[in-house]
Write a protein that binds this ligand. Structure first.
Ligand SMILES: C[S@@+](CC[C@H](N)C(=O)[O-])C[C@H]1O[C@@H](n2cnc3c(N)ncnc32)[C@H](O)[C@@H]1O
Length: 218
């Protein structure tokens, strides 16, 4: 395994792995690989947009300095589990509004000390901002029509000065009728009008079709 610059994330050839914080445990049926005393979990870019982003456009060194993170749209915890491995010293607050998805997410969070689950609607950050406080990274993957607004409201509520954001924009959740570049440009305008700068946009194809990662800063 070759260590990367992104916390406990490793590469072997073209594949990504995280050092398993819970050796012997799989989260979603992923491959486990043993090397020496360590165990690594394969991080599948076809199932996790963050893995796709790391493979397509690795972030700058700020990724490793993250001490706290707000994750919107945790679902069953596929990507959350790899972030939990990658940033073992960080506190990860995970918002999910579907009770069906929240049940397996809660079970995952009970096994990992750096995860704090919140059954909540990301459209209402005022309901959880006191629990979360200020975070270094806001990560959003909610597939809603108003994704950019939701992101801006959460950034205003919880992002620390100098913090970063990653908005996984699902283009087709905004509208089916307009071409993707116009939807991405509109999301950029929404963020910029509210004072957020879009540092980069990364098309996640072929791993996630119709998805663009937007790297945002204050
Ligand atoms: C595409 S899935 C997320 C996948 C996950 N990020 C991963 O990579 O493992 C989107 C999730 O966002 C949740 N979601 C949608 N709207 C939401 C909202 N307003 N607040 C919180 N969660 C929301 C959905 O219930 C769903 O579980």
């Amino acid at each position: 395994m070759d260590r990367t610059a992104w916390g406990e994330v490793f590469r072997r050839g073209k594949e990504l792995y995280t050092r398993n914080a819970r050796p012997g445990e799989r989260v979603y049926g992923e491959e486990l690989v043993r090397e020496g005393d360590e165990e690594y979990r394969h991080w599948d870019p076809w199932r996790s947009k963050l893995a796709a982003l790391l493979l397509k456009a690795p972030p700058e060194p700020w990724f490793t300095t993250i001490r706290s993170l707000l994750y919107l749209g945790g679902a069953h915890g596929t990507t959350v589990s790899h972030l939990s491995d990658a940033l073992p010293e960080a506190s990860l607050y995970v918002v999910e509004k579907s009770p069906v998805s929240f049940a397996p997410l809660l079970a995952l969070c009970r096994r990992r000390a750096n995860l704090y689950p919140l059954l909540a609607d990301a459209q209402l950050p005022e309901r959880y901002r006191a629990d979360v406080g200020e975070v270094d990274l806001l990560y959003q993957d909610v597939a809603q029509r108003t994704q950019a607004q939701i992101f801006a409201e959460n950034a205003e509520a919880c992002l620390a000065a100098g913090g970063r954001g990653i908005l996984m924009l699902k283009v087709r959740s905004v509208t089916q009728r307009r071409p993707a570049p116009s939807i991405v440009a509109e999301a950029r305008r929404t963020l910029e009008k509210r004072g957020w700068k879009v540092r980069a946009t990364v098309d996640l194809s072929p791993f996630a079709r119709d998805h663009v990662a937007m790297i945002v800063a204050g």
